[in-house]
Design a protein around this ligand. Structure first.
Ligand code: GNR
Ligand code: NI
Length: 171
């Protein structure tokens, strides 16, 4: 169990599609455990493996941030089976600290994937849960909320972020 450092915008691992997990073994379960711990410590409502520098298709979500263990979702190789409608709400990302935006997200999603025992699970979500699934699955596809903004806002934010990367994220 370890809290791992969160990788920031500009690191190639965040901008590259992650690889599927071939087999769910103890190393994948250890990765999930570290991701949950890192998400709670941040604190955040979701985390994807590339955010701790691991290029694998693994996500965790907990809208209660550890208050209610029943809300913890841990998924390996998650895939949308449904995306319906649109919503636009304020959103941030632990890998883009200090910035926010209102990306277009699906209003309702159904997602399937494998749980830590390798058993297939299906989740459906609306509102914040739909946004969280969409945000985390974007991470494993190498995309950030910035990529879902209107072209004008996206280009402005990317210019600011490139400058931030040049100067270094350290405060
Ligand atoms: O903590 C987080 N909050 C959040 C709010 C709205 C939509 C998505 C998110 S995910 C974010 C944590 C994070 O960066 N996960 O990748
Ligand atoms: Ni994020």
């Amino acid at each position: 169990m370890a809290i791992r450092p969160i990788v920031k915008y500009g690191d190639p691992v965040l901008h590259t599609p992650a690889a599927p997990v071939e087999q769910i073994d103890d190393s994948v379960r250890a990765l999930l455990t570290d991701m949950v711990e890192t998400m709670y410590a941040a604190p955040g409502i979701g985390l994807a493996a590339p955010q701790i520098g691991v290029g694998l298709r693994v996500i965790v979500i907990d809208l209660s941030v550890g208050e209610d263990r029943d809300q913890l979702i841990q998924l390996v190789n998650p895939e949308f089976i449904l995306r319906e409608g649109d919503q636009q709400q304020d959103e941030g990302c632990l890998s883009v600290p200090g910035y926010g935006g209102t990306p277009v997200r699906p209003a309702r999603v159904e997602v399937k994937g494998l749980d830590p025992d390798g058993v297939e699970r299906v989740y459906s979500g609306t509102d914040l849960l739909a946004r969280a699934f969409s945000h985390e699955i974007d991470h494993i596809d190498g995309l950030l909320f910035v990529d879902r903004l209107s072209p004008l806002k996206r280009d402005l934010m990317k210019r600011r972020l490139r400058k931030r990367v040049r100067e270094g994220w350290e405060t």
